[in-house]
Design a protein around this ligand. Structure first.
Ligand SMILES: Nc1ncnc2c1ncn2[C@@H]1O[C@H](COP(=O)(O)OP(=O)(O)OP(=O)(O)O)[C@@H](O)[C@H]1O
Ligand SMILES: [Mg+2]
Length: 319
């Protein structure tokens, strides 16, 4: 543990020298991060760099091995009595976690509950809010995420983008001080990414403090106040998006961004190729309905194109 003390003007999140290992594998090697109130921080980094682990440490889904994390002045997971740290009880930790909303790649909605019931669940069960009040607030929140017409829909009746928006409304129902997003759009079909990013943009504009792990560079460029590039469990580079994305200094950041751009270009090419197959099919089926060979003489009779409209070529859009 470090000897760092709370700064006079505490940011909402103040993380100092955070360390975490799994079975001797050092995953976080001393992360420092400050997030001011109302600020949006985007965490970038290659797979395995520790982004998810860091979010899970902030939210105490993982216990840290070294360093300290304060959220709104509360030392997470511990009480500091004269420099000596005492682990809080599970109940005290649950109370700290209540103020932090989290949205994951997988939405984890209750499948047997409607959208509205999913949003009402935690305020009623955890905070003891009256059902009538929770319902009213739940409807407001569903409206806020553009789902005012879907309170009675079950998750299976909603698209991935709609389910993720319900998940955001569910997190907001607890009135969090801080929202953590871990690749909230990476499991979505490309055409559904924009609607979730739009909700996140609105949330950011409303003043919510957010830490967002995402590969959506457009979102990072437009919305982030600060971009943090992590690699190998350390912060390699951080600053405003115009610097970290627009003019990266560190070779590892440059290399990562180059690879991201190459991926984006590959995706754009795949989309263009898929589009031309679709257009060729449409043009061909105008006269010779049902005869696929008419549009593509090279295709075997039983072949389907490698990429079809129902099988999106890419997981992500370029925002
Ligand atoms: N519960 C765990 N037990 C053991 N190792 C773990 C555990 N969670 C994470 N790790 C390891 O920690 C490292 C960092 O993982 P983490 O999920 O934080 O990376 P990430 O930056 O979020 O990657 P990605 O972009 O793929 O999501 C990886 O090597 C991972 O295998
Ligand atoms: Mg991750």
């Amino acid at each position: 543990m470090t000897t760092a003390t709370r700064p006079a003007e505490a940011p909402l999140v103040h993380a100092v020298n955070v360390m975490k290992s799994f079975h001797g594998n050092e995953v976080l090697k001393g992360i420092d991060l400050d997030v001011r109130r109302g600020e949006v921080v985007v965490l970038l980094g290659p797979s395995g760099s520790g982004k998810t682990t860091f979010l899970r440490c902030i939210n105490q889904l993982e216990t840290i091995d070294g360093g300290r994390i304060w959220v709104d002045g509360d030392l997470m997971g511990y009480a500091d009595k004269g420099g000596q740290l005492y682990r809080l009880t599970d109940k005290q930790i649950a109370a700290q976690r209540r103020d932090i909303g989290m949205c994951f790649q997988r939405f984890n909605l209750f499948p047997h509950k409607t959208a509205l019931e999913n949003v009402m669940e935690a305020p009623v069960q955890v905070k003891g809010v009256k059902k009538k009040d929770a319902r009213k607030r739940g409807i407001e929140l569903l409206e806020r995420v553009g789902l005012g017409d879907k309170p009675a829909a079950y998750p299976a009746q909603l698209s991935g983008g709609q389910q993720q928006r319900v998940a955001i409304a569910r997190a907001l129902a607890m009135d969090p001080k801080l929202m953590l997003f871990d690749e909230p759009t990476s499991a979505l079909d490309p055409e559904l990414v924009g609607e979730v990013l739009a909700v996140m943009r609105e949330l950011a504009a409303s003043g919510m403090t957010m830490i967002v792990v995402t590969h959506e560079m457009g979102f990072a460029r437009d919305v982030a106040d600060e971009v943090v590039f992590m690699d190998g469990g350390v912060v390699v580079e951080q600053g405003p998006p115009s610097e970290v994305i627009g003019n990266p200094r560190h070779p590892r950041t440059k290399d990562f961004l180059r690879r991201m751009r190459a991926e984006e270009e590959e995706q754009a090419e795949a989309v263009a190729a898929a589009l031309s197959v679709v257009q060729a099919n449409i043009a061909g089926t105008g006269d010779e309905a049902g005869d696929a060979k008419a549009t593509d003489p090279a295709a075997p009779a039983d072949a389907t194109p490698a990429t079809t409209p129902s099988e999106p070529p890419a997981e992500r859009s370029g925002d």
